[in-house]
Ligand binder design. Structure first.
Ligand SMILES: CCCCCCCC/C=C\CCCCCCCC(=O)N[C@@H](CC(C)C)C(=O)O
Ligand SMILES: [Zn+2]
Ligand SMILES: [Zn+2]
Length: 522
């Protein structure tokens, strides 16, 4: 072949490669554009024909408002703190028991309600339904709170329930006495209005959620199992209504947690021979451990965005983003690597991208002039839905890459199963309807709860566990969770009561409307 002939051949091949590339890009772009315009996973059952249940409505008058706020503040003032795995404020838990009986006399005296104490301080209520063939559901909340100290910078003492500019400040105002009090206050009002449910339901109030729920939630589950109870769904604390928290999203979004991340507590330790500080070895146990910890912080776990329920969250919210984000969110199959990199920049959104690694304890040393024989660190990992405890442990060992560092799993559990969110998922659809009726501007989407809840102990009683409370979170609010200046607006607390008041009644329908019935009606 002549030189010009071979050049022509190369030119032809290049032309074919370039045009195939262009066609592929064009094709990908067309698919992406079609998905952007057509993806609507939100139509759901909202236009369908819902069974009527003659719901009672709740209009809160001035006197009731004063009373419900006084009740809520009193709940906040009782310091039901879980200090450590072995230490709770049992005096406060007993006081809380007395307080509940006083605040909700109708709940505690109604012939429809059976109440019992479980594990000494947790409460289990059974509200009898008139139609026993309807499978019961369960609402959960917890009594205990994490410690809080005013000196950390609170604007008001953490157990004062002080009202400032329409907000009640205090430990437990969003975690989780708002749900607890909201549920019981709603039931009190319903009973006072002569309501009797068709569908029976349980209310479980654990007293040790903040220290794993071993005596509260786990005993409630044991009691229910002994009685052969199966639940239609469980609803617990978890995600909330986010307003202005997800960058680029227009309007508020209610994320309902279909699952929760797994968790692992991993201990790293280094043992060496102790000695005199005047003749130190090149590396001490502290130095070796510090390097291991630094390696873990410098090498975060892999990005897994899109491999768990968080992908669904953004697909559901896609239509609420403006261009070009709408285009990106509608096409996670193409853009999830790019989106992961944006989300990982902030701690709250990073939690949705990967298994997170937090070094929470670091102990070593006994005296200034003694080379410490032992250095220990504890790492708290929150495991992404697409990983397991075992996989995470292997990655830690690889990343540390130092045989002198012992890596031990202290405790852990895999990510929780993913509950349904389709048109047949009773719990999800009821929560969604109740949110949309009360807050029509909110977009409801499935989500993943980044923290753990008592509801994880209920997996043998139901496949449908939802983590959601209708608390409104604005920028800066996620940090209040276990942080300083935890607060809720008085308006939002009232909305929570109305939400549970409506939710309980909405659960009385025998079954969900037929999927797509809206399409036939239109
Ligand atoms: C990109 C989307 C952003 C969406 C914003 C979501 C904001 C989330 C804010 C807070 C979520 C908090 C998680 C809720 C439940 C946590 C309860 C808790 O603290 N549990 C303990 C349990 C443990 C077993 C003792 C925990 O440490 O997880
Ligand atoms: Zn909580
Ligand atoms: Zn908490």
């Amino acid at each position: 072949m002549t030189e010009s002939g071979s050049k022509l051949r190369i030119f032809k091949i290049l032309k074919i490669i370039i045009s195939s590339l262009l066609i592929t890009v064009l094709l990908l772009f067309t698919i992406a554009a079609i998905r952007t315009l057509s993806l609507d996973v939100n139509a759901g059952l909202q236009l369908a024909h819902w069974e009527k249940t003659n719901n009672k409505s709740l209009v809160i008058d001035h006197h009731q408002r004063e009373e419900l706020l006084a009740n809520f503040k009193e709940a906040i003032r009782i310091p039901t703190v879980s200090f450590s795995n072995t230490e709770s404020n049992t005096t406060a838990l007993l006081e809380f028991d007395r307080f509940l009986r006083k605040a909700f006399p109708t709940v505690f005296s109604s012939s429809l309600v059976h109440h019992e104490l479980v594990g000494n301080y947790s409460h289990l209520f059974w509200v009898k339904g008139s139609q026993p063939e309807l499978v019961p559901y369960m609402l959960l909340a917890h009594i205990d709170v994490v410690p809080a100290s005013e000196s950390d910078g609170w604007e008001a003492p953490p157990f004062s329930a002080k009202e400032i500019d329409g907000f009640i400040y205090g430990r437990g105002t969003i975690d989780d006495k708002n749900s607890l009090m909201g549920i019981l206050q709603a039931l009190e009002y319903l009973l006072l209005k002569g309501y009797a449910p068709r569908r029976g339901f349980y209310i479980g109030l654990g007293h040790d959620e903040e220290i794993n729920g071993l005596n509260g939630a786990m005993n409630i589950v044991r009691v229910l199992k002994q009685r052969g109870v199966q639940l239609l769904f469980v609803m617990d604390e978890g995600l909330t209504i986010s307003d202005g928290i997800i960058p680029g999203l227009e309007g508020p979004a209610a994320l309902i947690g279909l699952s929760e991340k797994g968790q692992a507590a991993v201990k790293l330790s280094v043992s060496v021979a102790p000695g005199h500080a005047s003749m130190p070895p090149r590396e001490t146990s502290i130095g070796i451990l510090a390097t291991a910890v630094k390696r873990l912080e410098d090498n975060p776990m892999p990005r897994l965005f899109g491999y768990g329920p968080e992908g669904d969250t953004f697909e559901h919210l896609a239509h609420k983003f403006s261009f070009p984000l709408k285009f990106i969110m509608s096409n996670l199959w193409l853009f999830s690597p790019l989106l992961s990199r944006i989300l990982e920049r902030k701690p709250v959104s990073n939690a949705f991208v990967r298994t997170t690694t937090a070094v929470t304890f670091f102990n070593a040393g006994v005296k200034i002039n003694v080379i410490p024989s032992l250095a220990e660190a504890y790492v708290n990992l929150r495991i992404h839905s697409a990983q397991s405890v075992e996989e995470v442990l292997d990655i830690i060992k690889d990343t540390v890459g130092d045989q002198r560092v012992k890596v031990e799993l202290v405790d852990g559990f895999d990510p929780l199963p993913i509950s349904g969110a389709d048109e047949k998922a009773f719990g999800f659809q009821i929560i969604k309807k109740t949110v949309l009726d009360l807050f029509p501007t909110v977009t409801v989407a499935p989500g993943i709860c980044i923290g753990n809840t008592d509801s994880r102990h209920f997996v043998d009683l139901t496949k449908n566990i939802y983590r959601f409370s209708p608390a409104w979170f604005k920028p800066g609010d996620p940090e209040r969770f276990h942080g300083i200046n935890e607060r809720i607006s008085t308006k939002n607390y009232e909305e929570m009561i109305v939400f549970y008041f409506n939710l309980i009644q909405n659960c009385d329908i025998r079954k969900l409307p037929e999927p797509h019935s809206s399409v036939h009606e239109l």
